[in-house]
Design a protein around this ligand. Structure first.
Ligand SMILES: Nc1ncnc2c1ncn2[C@@H]1O[C@H](COP(=O)(O)OP(=O)(O)OP(=O)(O)O)[C@@H](O)[C@H]1O
Length: 271
């Protein structure tokens, strides 16, 4: 099913064209990144795709599906406490009672904002408000999720959590997001639109990279490392080795290292 089909669409505002000659077709399930320099028109294209901006010329057909939009900046001065706000927004999108409360608690735990559930949103930090916006959108269980620079303001743990949530929750649904960070493109995108001066100048299909982990361990240089299930390794000094391993193999490698009494110094996702 097509989510959107745009035919030479343009967007004009106050006499200026923000977008020109937009001709694209996006299918259900696609994970589309929109990239480009500041001011190139990424947010405008996202809004045009999602129907937040109506087109001024050409033609756009959009499927009638449940759509959630997370703007780049969460609205200021919302007086509701975080939990009240999420309950209210969750109810507006069909959530109910205990089930909704449980979902909110689980998201709050995953995104590490439990301690702010009873804080008015206007007093929360930028990153915490950003998380509230993302949780609000995920509570809708959307068929189309539009994210405008979703990683902005999130710390590293929250960024990884967001990617994990998107991978597990969105499945065959569609995500369209503007982004500057390569991590999100590598992990999530199967298609990348590049925009310049309000025009799409490139539309590429991505081969998704398999997630890799780095394990740093204490292993004396004279001992065999070659037999271990890693893609590559590098000795940082006589005893410390950094191994790169496919995420799917990382538990197996950790188990082997621990069984051989090697000391693990670090486990992190490879960027
Ligand atoms: N509501 C608006 N009214 C008038 N001009 C606008 C409006 N929204 C965006 N623009 C203009 O359109 C151009 C593209 O803006 P847009 O926010 O889409 O770019 P962007 O690529 O998302 O930028 P950034 O990376 O800085 O967020 C800019 O010149 C901007 O000033």
């Amino acid at each position: 099913m097509k989510i959107i089909e745009a035919n030479v669409a343009g967007k004009q505002m106050n006499g200026n064209f923000l977008l020109h000659d937009i001709s694209i077709s996006i299918n259900q399930g696609e994970k589309v990144a929109i990239i480009g320099h500041n001011g190139s028109g990424k947010s405008s294209l996202l809004k045009l795709i999602g129907g937040i901006f109506e087109y001024s010329s050409g033609d756009i057909k959009r499927a009638k599906i449940k759509t959630a939009y997370v703007p780049e900046h969460f609205p200021e001065n919302i007086r509701f406490k975080m939990q009240e706000y999420l309950l209210l927004m969750g109810k507006m999108s069909g959530g109910q009672g205990d089930e909704l409360s449980k979902q909110i608690s689980a998201y709050a735990k995953s995104f590490d904002i439990e301690e702010f559930l009873h804080t008015p949103l206007k007093n929360c930090s930028k990153g915490t408000k950003q998380k509230a916006g993302i949780i609000q959108a995920l509570l809708m269980d959307p068929e189309l999720l539009l994210l405008d620079e979703p990683l902005t303001g999130l710390d590293e743990m929250a960024q990884l959590e967001l990617v994990n949530q998107l991978e597990s929750k969105m499945g065959n649904n569609t995500i369209i997001f503007t982004v500057h960070e390569s991590m999100l493109i590598d992990r999530l995108a199967d298609r990348v639109l590049t925009i310049k001066n309000g025009r799409i100048v490139d539309d590429s299909i991505m081969t998704k990279k398999e997630k890799q982990m780095v394990i740093k361990a204490v292993i004396p240089k004279h001992l065999q490392v070659q037999g271990l299930p890693c893609i590559s390794y590098e000795f940082m000094d006589e005893n410390i080795v950094e191994m790169t391993v496919l995420s799917a193999d990382s538990n197996k490698l950790l188990k082997e290292l621990l069984e051989q009494d090697y000391f693990i110094l670090e486990l992190r996702e490879k960027r």
